[in-house]
Write a protein that binds this ligand. Structure first.
Ligand code: CO
Length: 136
């Protein structure tokens, strides 16, 4: 039986990454680990450490990406919640069998050998959920 291990990150979509990073760093005192452009998702991301979990601040890098459309439609705010799982393939299979609406029925290969997939908010009571599996 596949299981969730921890909250890996919470992603917040923002219009101005510099302004948002400054707030989280200077007002909340969080450490910015890195800022990275993720071509695959058309976003620039600032990773902030919160005791081993992360807050990811996302700024869309093109006007037509999913994240950009979300920002235009709903404004800045919470975008998704990500759980680390021990077996993403088994988890997706289990969810699919349970009638859960999956945005990615198959895991996507991310950087560093990480694999991820999204569950549609329609099935999760309103929150976009990402599943993540680390290699090894
Ligand atoms: Co994410």
């Amino acid at each position: 039986m596949p299981s969730i291990k921890r909250i890996d990150h919470l992603a917040i979509v923002v219009e101005d990454l510099d302004a948002a990073s400054t707030f989280y760093r200077d007002q909340l005192g969080l450490h910015i680990e890195k800022v990275q452009h993720v071509e695959q998702e058309a976003v620039t991301v600032a990773f902030l450490d919160v005791g081993g979990s992360h807050i990811e601040l996302l700024q869309p890098s093109t006007p037509d990406s999913g994240v950009a459309k979300y920002l235009a439609k709903r404004g800045g705010g919470m975008h998704h919640l990500c759980f680390e799982v021990d077996d993403i393939d088994a988890m997706l299979e289990k969810l699919y069998a349970g009638g859960v609406r999956l945005i990615n029925p198959e895991a996507i290969e991310g950087d560093g050998g990480r694999r991820y997939a999204f569950i549609h908010p329609e099935s999760t009571f309103g929150v976009l959920i990402e599943l993540y599996q680390y290699p090894g």
